[in-house]
Ligand binder design. Sequence first.
Ligand SMILES: C[S@@+](CC[C@H](N)C(=O)[O-])C[C@H]1O[C@@H](n2cnc3c(N)ncnc32)[C@H](O)[C@@H]1O
Length: 234
Amino acid sequence: MLRRIREYQAVFGEFRRTFRTTGTLLPSSRPLSQALSKYVRQGSPSSGGDTSARRILEVGPGTGPVTRRIVASLRPTDQLDLVELNGTFVELLKGRFDREPPFKSVADRVRILHQPVQNLLGEEPYDLIISGLPLNNFEVDEVERILDVLRQLLAPGATLSFFEYIGIHRARAALSGRAQRRRIREVARVVGRFLDEGETKRDCVLTNVPPAWVHHVRNVKAQHRAADAQLSAD
Ligand SMILES: C[S@@+](CC[C@H](N)C(=O)[O-])C[C@H]1O[C@@H](n2cnc3c(N)ncnc32)[C@H](O)[C@@H]1O
């Protein structure tokens, strides 16, 4: 209970201090965290499936509500990278991996990277990416850049899961001036184009404040490119 209160205090404090990048008043609920991490559970030891090693990236873990679900389903050989911009959240996460049993038990396979995700370009691709970034708070060129980086970080056939609050575009547009409305419309267009490239599933999570869509996008283009390259090599 005390831990939850500390998490809520940290998110609320950072929301007031850095609204644009924190993007939320509350940590994600358990149902939202579960929907975001559903592909980590596929083939986890408890589900008795595939046991091959995976590289997993969580972008914007914040205080770690989604991380908690991810670490519970890691396979013994999985590697998990957490990339977080905010130093307060980075310190809080380090403390969780030092002290809290479910986190501590996988700490040797986890890297906490204190930097913007944009700086990860050039890392080896990931099999799964889970993002908590508040894309609708960002400038259009920033969203384009971030989605481009995420696209390049996804291995062929890999899945990116991320969320958007339901009705966020309409709600923000109703409360904003003309320039903000244009920005929100453009961000929605950029995200929509990205979803058109490979959204395979969308989950609706009503039990979160606010309710959210969870998008799951598969890197099909790179998968086709890899298959074509294999065919020409054969
Ligand atoms: C909406 S909060 C999500 C926190 C947590 N995943 C959750 O679901 O409660 C967004 C998080 O993304 C982080 N963030 C924002 N921009 C980022 C960037 N460019 N690179 C990495 N993390 C970023 C923020 O600091 C914050 O922790």
